[in-house]
Design a protein around this ligand. Sequence first.
Ligand SMILES: NC(=O)c1ccc[n+]([C@@H]2O[C@H](COP(=O)([O-])OP(=O)(O)OC[C@H]3O[C@@H](n4cnc5c(N)ncnc54)[C@H](O)[C@@H]3O)[C@@H](O)[C@H]2O)c1
Length: 382
Amino acid sequence: MKVLVLGADGYLGWPTCMYLSARGHEIVGIDNYFRRNVLKELDSEPLAPVPDLHQRASLWEEHSGKKIHVHIDDITDYDFLLGVFRDFVPDAVVHYAEQPSAPYSMLNHDAAAFTVRNNLIGTLNITYAVREVNPACHIVKLGTMGEYGTPNIDIEEGWLEIEHKGRKDKFLFPRQASSLYHTTKIQDTDLLWFYVRTWGLRVTDLMQGPVYGVSTDESAADPRLVPIFNYDEIFGTVVNRFVVQAVAGYPLTVYGKGGQTRGYLNLRDTLQCVGLALESPSGKGELRVFNQVTETFSVNDLAERVQRVGRELGHNVEIREIENPRVEKEDHYYNPAYTGLLDLGLEPHYMTDDVVRELIQFVEGYKDRINRDAIFRGVKWR
Ligand SMILES: NC(=O)c1ccc[n+]([C@@H]2O[C@H](COP(=O)([O-])OP(=O)(O)OC[C@H]3O[C@@H](n4cnc5c(N)ncnc54)[C@H](O)[C@@H]3O)[C@@H](O)[C@H]2O)c1
């Protein structure tokens, strides 16, 4: 398959490029280095040094004999994106190229406006380029479980059948996000659903939970192939952040009561899920939704696990409850369905103590690069 990976330099994008390339797909990757550049502005360098995308593509070619073609440019520039679509004519596009941080989107007006423009115009441009060049192209778009929020009912896989005054219909499951970033992901879904209905596009929306981990089969060949890994409050996801805090001897920062429960998944499972979605595309005029998580934990569960394993490895790991800078429920019902990807063949990698131990040992290798000032900044929701 010819697969265009948007956001190819990112935490998920680069491992996806290698994973798909290793399986014989022809890959073109695009990234505008937004994430690298904003990390410099925020003085939050990644934990391990990350060669640029051209260098990583060359390294990958040295190790695998396979080419990944890359373009450093912005998908909100429609002429550029359309040009790549015309040259490559992809069978599928994997869309990761967004501003993905909830705290960043809540920083100030400029960051909020950037998040809205970047995420929505990027998604709009993809729909137009697909229609123009290859309407059969399968769009695999990364959504987030955060779109659903934490409703007091079970979360279905994308859709909900509603009976109202004696009549029935099926709708997208109600969404009520708790950050501007998550709100743009809802709007992405709405845009795609509109063009699925109107132009008959094929779309899979992967409602993903927070991802953790760093190693994949493909990065085992060379430490310079590991993905960009952040541990700061703005770009680090919670498990990755806790593990770095444990190694740095910085108390694990639990927001409020720590009862916030979410669905999580290992980086290796993101790759499997995207691969499975690509292998069995959605139909013409279908918006298919999968909840991409493998297990649920509260923040307290995660902190306690990282503390236990960290202490076994000799680290002094404390847990500190701090005032919650976000506006969110700290104690709530949470019961999402997530069987669709299992039915397609997903074999989950669960969060065992061994997995956490391996992650802590990875972080120990870069302990000298940890910037304690970047760990917590206290971006407030109001
Ligand atoms: N990492 C997670 O835990 C997680 C969880 C749920 C959903 N997601 C979703 O997965 C996607 C990827 O997340 P990630 O963690 O890899 O983020 P990331 O920031 O590491 O990757 C996104 C990449 O896209 C690039 N990019 C952003 N805007 C662009 C543009 N206009 N043109 C070209 N490139 C652009 C960035 O430079 C970055 O390299 C996001 O859409 C995010 O919403 C991630």
